[in-house]
Design a protein around this ligand. Structure first.
Ligand SMILES: [Zn+2]
Length: 206
């Protein structure tokens, strides 16, 4: 079987092969890779079926974390808005982009820990901001401190959520998903895909 022979239609049965494209894995939609941990290649003890979502706006949010002035805060906020917008409008399309991947005990713990802490931080941050709104006219310094703590908690929450181990969608077409985040040992199991543009797969005639 030739992994490079990608056509846009008419050979769905032959398209079960997984390939690599540089540091990305190219998988048919709905692939199950759960026998080994996606992040280290060790035998998996758990599996997760996920919908791969488009994550526009993330670069803006992550770029802002290193510095802390007002402009980067605004850029991060804009990134968050783009992210939420795409998240909502991509919802039904994402249902068709599923991947089942495996997690070893260590990565499962890490993922659970991070995904549990994120909403707790967010709630604490919102709580702090509500406190700030209620008490803003009593003591400026207290309000300021609470506001800063709230904002930091919100950023920590977003960072935890984004940094939790998860395959990242980097491209897709009608049949395939381009996925980032796989461990090198996982990538090494699959043949390198010669040339297959994500946006429009070539129609080859013989
Ligand atoms: Zn692992």
């Amino acid at each position: 079987m030739m992994p490079g022979e990608i056509q846009s239609s008419g050979m769905a049965e032959g398209l079960s092969a997984v390939a690599r494209d540089g540091d990305q894995l190219v998988v048919p939609r709905g692939t199950d890779l759960s026998s080994d941990c996606f992040f280290c290649g060790k035998p998996a003890s758990a599996k997760v079926k996920c919908r791969l979502r488009q994550k526009n706006g993330l670069d803006m949010m992550q770029g802002g974390e290193t510095s802390g002035d007002m402009i980067t805060a605004i850029i991060m906020l804009l990134g968050l808005l783009v992210y939420v917008f795409v998240f909502v409008f991509d919802w039904s399309a994402a249902r068709q982009r599923t991947l089942t991947y495996g997690l070893c005990t260590r990565h499962q713990k890490k993922r659970t820990w991070m995904l549990t802490s994120a909403p707790i931080c967010l709630l604490a941050g919102i709580g702090a901001l509500v406190f700030l709104l209620v008490h803003s006219n009593e003591s400026f310094s207290v309000a300021l401190t609470v506001g800063i703590v709230g904002a930091i908690l919100a950023i920590v929450s977003a960072s935890l959520y984004l940094a939790a181990p998860a395959p990242q969608l980097s491209g897709f077409n009608e049949q395939f998903l381009w996925v980032k985040g796989a461990d090198e040992t996982i990538l090494a199991r699959y043949p390198q895909m010669p040339k297959a543009p994500a946006a429009e797969p070539k129609k080859k005639k013989k």
